[in-house]
Design a protein around this ligand. Structure first.
Ligand SMILES: Nc1ncnc2c1ncn2[C@@H]1O[C@H](COP(=O)(O)OP(=O)(O)OP(=O)(O)O)[C@@H](O)[C@H]1O
Length: 232
């Protein structure tokens, strides 16, 4: 008889803990995100949302716990294997975009593909087009506004079609119209490509589009109720 495989969440975080000195910023966080769903995460400033994303992405080291990504226990793997899986499976939109100043806009967007040994100029242009920057491919980051840099960062996070997207306030620097356009691009990745999106946001509009809404507090993650505070 054929045995059905239980479906595994794309991202499964178990008992994730982060201490800075004597202080627990994350005191055992547990949650899962399925492929094809968007989860919005909110919470007071300083509660640890960026720390949580950074620990999932391996930019910060967790003090305890495990991050299962596509069934792989990331924190238990040797560093080179962790790095390879992250390059393949993760797209990260940082709060401070981290666009590299010595690369053109197009080369910044192409970076994740390059690190995977792929050259897909048409895909790079399609992503630049999707974020409204097709005419800035040859520009230098110093010639762009903050909102434009944010859009470069979003195109770069999506270009290699990662199954997991982590976005830290991706619409924070954008006017409402551009913010809507950027959310459309992120959602397209979720709905059409089946990616999972973990979106840290204070924006009520952005959170309203998510499949699930969570709040990170000192006691861990809980579901947001309709009256949960949001700024826009
Ligand atoms: N390298 C560090 N050393 C010590 N404490 C740190 C470090 N990085 C972050 N923290 C502390 O960890 C806590 C969580 O910070 P984090 O940036 O994750 O919060 P956040 O919820 O993302 O806040 P915001 O909404 O303002 O971006 C803060 O109190 C911060 O001061």
């Amino acid at each position: 008889m054929m045995r059905m495989q239980p479906t595994r969440p794309l991202l499964h975080v178990v008992g994730l803990r982060k201490r800075y000195g004597e202080r627990d910023v994350l005191a055992g966080v547990d949650f899962s995100v399925e492929a094809g769903e968007c989860v919005a995460l909110t919470g007071e400033s300083g509660v640890g949302k960026s720390t949580l994303l950074n620990c999932i992405a391996g930019l910060d080291s967790a003090s305890a716990g495990e991050v299962w990504l596509g069934g792989e226990p990331m924190l238990r793997l040797p560093e080179p294997q962790q790095a390879r899986l992250r390059r393949e499976r993760l797209g990260f939109v940082f709060q401070a975009f981290h666009v590299l100043p010595h690369l053109s806009v197009a080369d910044n967007v192409a970076l994740p593909l390059m690190l995977l040994g792929r050259s897909e100029p048409a895909r790079v242009m399609a992503m630049l087009d999707a974020v409204g920057l097709a005419d800035r491919a040859g520009s230098w980051p110093a010639e762009l506004s903050g909102g434009q840099l944010q859009r470069v960062a979003i195109a770069r996070a999506l270009v290699h079609r990662p199954p997991l997207l982590l976005a830290d306030e991706p619409t924070g620097n954008l006017d409402p119209e551009t913010a809507t356009r950027i959310l459309d691009v992120l959602w397209q990745q979720v709905r059409q490509e089946g990616a999972a999106l973990l979106l840290v946001t204070h924006s009520r509009t952005a959170a309203a589009r998510a499949d699930r809404r969570w709040i990170l507090g000192a006691e861990g993650i809980r579901a947001a109720t309709d009256g949960a505070p949001h700024a826009d």
